[in-house]
Design a protein around this ligand. Sequence first.
Ligand SMILES: *Cc1c(COP(=O)(O)O)cnc(C)c1O
Ligand code: SF4
Length: 440
Amino acid sequence: MQLVIEEKLKELEKNYKNKNLSYWKDWKWQLKNSIKTISAFERLLNIKFTHEEREELEKITSTFPLSITPYYLSLIDPDDYKHDPIFLQAFPSINESMVGNHDMEDPLYEDKDSPVPGITHRYPDRVLFHISNVCAMYCRHCTRKRKVGDVSSIPNKEELKKGIDYIRNTPQIRDVLLSGGDALLLSDENLDWILTEIQKISHVEVIRIGSRVPVVLPYRITGDLVNMLKKHHPIWINTHFNHPRELTEDSKEALRKLADAGIPLGNQSVLLAGINDCPEIIKKLCQQLVKNRVRPYYLYQCDLSEGLAHFRTPVSKGIEIMERLIGHTSGFAVPRYVIDAPGGGGKIPVMPNYFISFAPNKVILRNYEGIITSYKEPDSYKNHDCIKGCEDCKLMMKTYEADKYKAIGIEKLLLDSVDTISLIPQNNNRLQRREDNDED
Ligand SMILES: *Cc1c(COP(=O)(O)O)cnc(C)c1O
Ligand code: SF4
């Protein structure tokens, strides 16, 4: 695989005439040399469109910009580009100009749920913070299609400060999701500044970064970047692989660097007609992801954004895929299939049915093989009437005060429930001698 890719790279390099191969892994070179026109695409892949086709495609790219890194382009199989999952995600289709009755500019109401520019506050304890409007590659299936690539709306420092202020002034936010555009297209310095500012806020417990660079521009994951990110733990990263072909040696290397820096990695795929709407492709993708320490997180039903109709599958396709994953492969290789509710209701999980029937003390279930089974519920069970009065509840739900309840020192010896019989100071000579004797 590596060889094939390298050969292709060299082939492409020849087309890039004067460009030196040593630049290939420089992410800034990749961005600077991104392919943005239909004609450059044709030249590099030896494709010829008719005059009408080219005109139509150019019209589309004036609304939804085209941009693809040389790296991502090099993964396309020129001999069968029409079916190539990389090509189909990167190159415009004339179908994009078709806007259906139910299509919307902002189907998830990200703007309506926005208290200040750049922030979408939908769920009680977490926010989405758009810190960039640019991406290394403009995915044709992007739900924020109308926004990304609009260079005039790249958030400036003042706007970012307003977003950070909102987070600071909203104590229920404990999870901040940095997204875009692509959050990792900011410079190390700017990202470091944002992470530092957010981390100063005491109620923020975790920061997540959403980025497609491990897929489309793996060279962005530099040693400097991961060293900077490492300073800001707990940092989680979610990336966006859609097809096993995207897991190249270079993207695996990027994932390795991130995972080695102690960053838990997740993946969000979009179910796309003609690209990955197949249980075997998704299974292979998920298995390859966990092999590279990435946990499949979400499989999204394609949104109702304008110009995406040709990518949408029926929901039943997603259910069929989940049916063929659950039980058939490792539980942690199975993503959650979700529909992001049009109108801003958030992500709604959908699943095959495993419940078959109920009786007051029995549940009838079926498993992934079709075995029908019954689970006997307890004959007596005393329910806790939960009115969220945790202060008076018998269950130890006061987790926020757990430290107070931890037995300390002599108290430990007094409690019947703890079987500690002695408290031993550090570096006790007698016990050290015992350990030494044991070793002999
Ligand atoms: C997806 C999303 C989140 C994060 O949701 P999780 O289910 O916690 O991953 C937060 N805010 C918005 C607006 C989102 O779309
Ligand atoms: S990387 Fe994400 S935000 Fe950017 S174009 Fe792709 S899907 Fe959209």
